[in-house]
Design a protein around this ligand. Structure first.
Ligand code: HEM
Length: 480
């Protein structure tokens, strides 16, 4: 939608009643159609059939689905004043004791966001770089041991990597999952994620009355994670008592939070636990999925692996044989590969929101307070009007020269892999740092290919992952 169309639309008002709706079932509405593991694809497909703004009925609850990037961007920008996270997300997270910065609204969100942001500054992340380097080396050692295997379900290794990184950064405590083969924290998180996803879309909280096997598994996973988190909180309290100057110059997000809980603005143990789990959930799956999707693409393209490797070699030569923190910024081709992956396979392809007041959207739709919204943040990136040959994987389109040459339409602001406005993802820089380190290491060490396996498909559980991904890693001869 262009600016002038926006102005015109504001004159053509419509209400919730006027919006089209896909045909559903009596009483249940579209509930059954939306229970699938590719919810985002169902909603995206309906955008093509019913237009950029339509409604769905989840057993009596109406949600509005919005795809136009101009309207989506405006909503993201008008948070937190006019739009909130949804009440259902807040309710489910609260009930499970995970009500941290991701699900909170209002003053509680502001306070928690203020506390976590310093840890994501460029300066903090630069001081964290040696740990990132060591953890990447530990992932390398783990994968070298597995080099003989014909096929590798690498996702598990990647998740171990991102959990080790996130726990180190957030709590200063390395879970060292990369050194073990058994189930660990990542297995509990694997139980929690899909369950959170399906509960936020349940019109009726059945689990308050009857618990199925999956609900009992969720309870158990939460108990295990809570045990882990409370132990870490205790350790952090001890560190602060032993070393009080840490309160003024905290080294981890948790130290900052515990230190802040001693002033008037107290963070309770529940809030601390909620944010530990929130950051683990927000940081772990999103990033390991991005790396996995990048491997999906580059394992089919030896030419791209070659280019990544050449660029990384140049940077190593420039910085005394190593990719240092400045060198990471200079890996522009690799960054383009990550951005192109996010365009086609955004690991967060939709964001939910809720109107805080009665609002009018930029397309002229008037909505009452409390209306749930699904913002389809990936769809604009798949649109041929915004990207030439939109269905093709072409990292070059993100490089400055290509953007400057008008031969390639390039509308970077038509999709929002990290959201936008005041609630924009704070972990974006960290995610790129992790991704670049891992992919540069893999392309240096291995020839990466895809073995015969069932087709890789998108699976949605708040984040979007490649189901069935198998990779084949062949160690490169030394000196090649
Ligand atoms: C490829 C990796 C990642 C992707 C695609 C991603 C995507 C997103 C998206 C779409 C949102 C919602 C933003 C909005 O509502 O506008 C979000 C929020 C958030 N992300 Fe990320 N994220 C990634 C990595 C991380 C990492 C590494 C961390 C931290 C360790 C993190 C922490 C958070 C937090 C705390 C929020 C909630 C922010 C708020 O509500 O104020 N994310 N992320």
């Amino acid at each position: 939608m262009t600016e002038s169309v926006v102005r015109e639309n504001q004159l053509i008002k419509r209400t919730l009643d006027d919006l089209p709706q896909p045909k559903g079932w009596p009483l249940l509405g579209n509930f059954l159609q939306l229970q699938s593991k590719n919810l985002h694809q169902v909603l995206e497909q309906w955008c093509l059939e019913y237009g950029d703004t339509y409604k769905v009925d989840i057993a009596g609850l109406l949600f509005v689905v919005i795809a136009d990037p101009v309207v989506v961007k405006d909503i993201l920008r008008r948070r937190p004043k006019s739009f909130n996270r949804t009440a259902s997300l807040e309710r489910v997270f609260k009930e499970l004791g995970i009500h941290g910065v991701l699900s909170a609204n209002g003053e509680s969100w502001k306070r928690q966001r203020r506390l976590i942001m310093p840890a994501f500054s460029k300066k903090s992340l630069a001081s964290f770089f040696p740990l990132l380097e060591q953890t990447t080396e530990r992932l390398r050692l783990r994968l070298v041991k597995k080099r003989g295997q014909d096929t590798l379900a690498i996702h598990d290794d990647l998740r171990r990597f991102t959990v080790d990184i996130t726990t180190s950064l957030v709590f200063g405590h390395d879970t060292r999952l990369l050194e073990h083969d058994g189930d660990g924290l990542q297995k509990h998180l694997e139980v929690i994620f899909p369950q959170l996803n399906s509960r936020t879309r349940m019109p009726f909280p059945y689990w308050q009355y009857i618990k199925f096997k999956k609900d009992r598994k969720l309870d158990q996973a939460l108990i295990e994670v809570e045990k882990y988190a409370l132990k870490i909180v205790e350790q952090t309290r001890d560190e602060l008592q032993f070393n009080p100057q840490l309160a003024d110059a905290p080294e981890t997000i948790l130290q900052a939070m515990v230190a802040a809980s001693d002033d008037d603005n107290r963070l309770t143990n529940e809030e601390l636990f909620a944010n530990i789990l929130t950051l683990l959930l927000a940081g772990e799956d999103t990033t390991s999925n991005l790396i996995a999707w990048m491997l999906y693409f580059i394992s089919q393209r030896p030419d791209i692996q070659c280019k990544i490797n050449e660029e990384a070699e140049q940077i190593r030569l420039k910085h005394k044989g190593q990719i240092n923190v400045q060198g990471l910024d200079e890996l522009t081709y690799l960054e383009a590969v990550a951005r192109e992956t996010l365009r086609l396979k955004s690991t967060a392809p939709m964001i939910s929101a809720e109107t805080a007041d009665q609002v009018t959207l930029l397309d002229g739709t008037e909505l009452p307070a409390g209306t749930g919204l699904f913002l389809m943040t990936r769809l604009g990136g798949l649109n041929k009007e915004h990207f030439k040959d939109a269905e093709q994987f072409r990292p070059e389109r993100w490089q400055e020269e290509a953007v400057a040459a008008e031969a390639c339409p390039h509308k970077a602001t038509s999709h929002f892999p990290f959201g936008g406005g005041a609630r924009h993802c704070p972990g974006e820089t960290l995610a790129f740092m992790e991704t670049k380190m891992v992919i540069a290491m893999l392309c240096q060490q291995f020839d990466i290919s895809q073995p015969e396996s069932p087709p890789v498909v998108e699976e949605y559980a708040i984040t979007m992952r490649p189901k069935n991904l198998q990779i084949c890693l062949r160690l490169k001869p030394v000196g090649r």
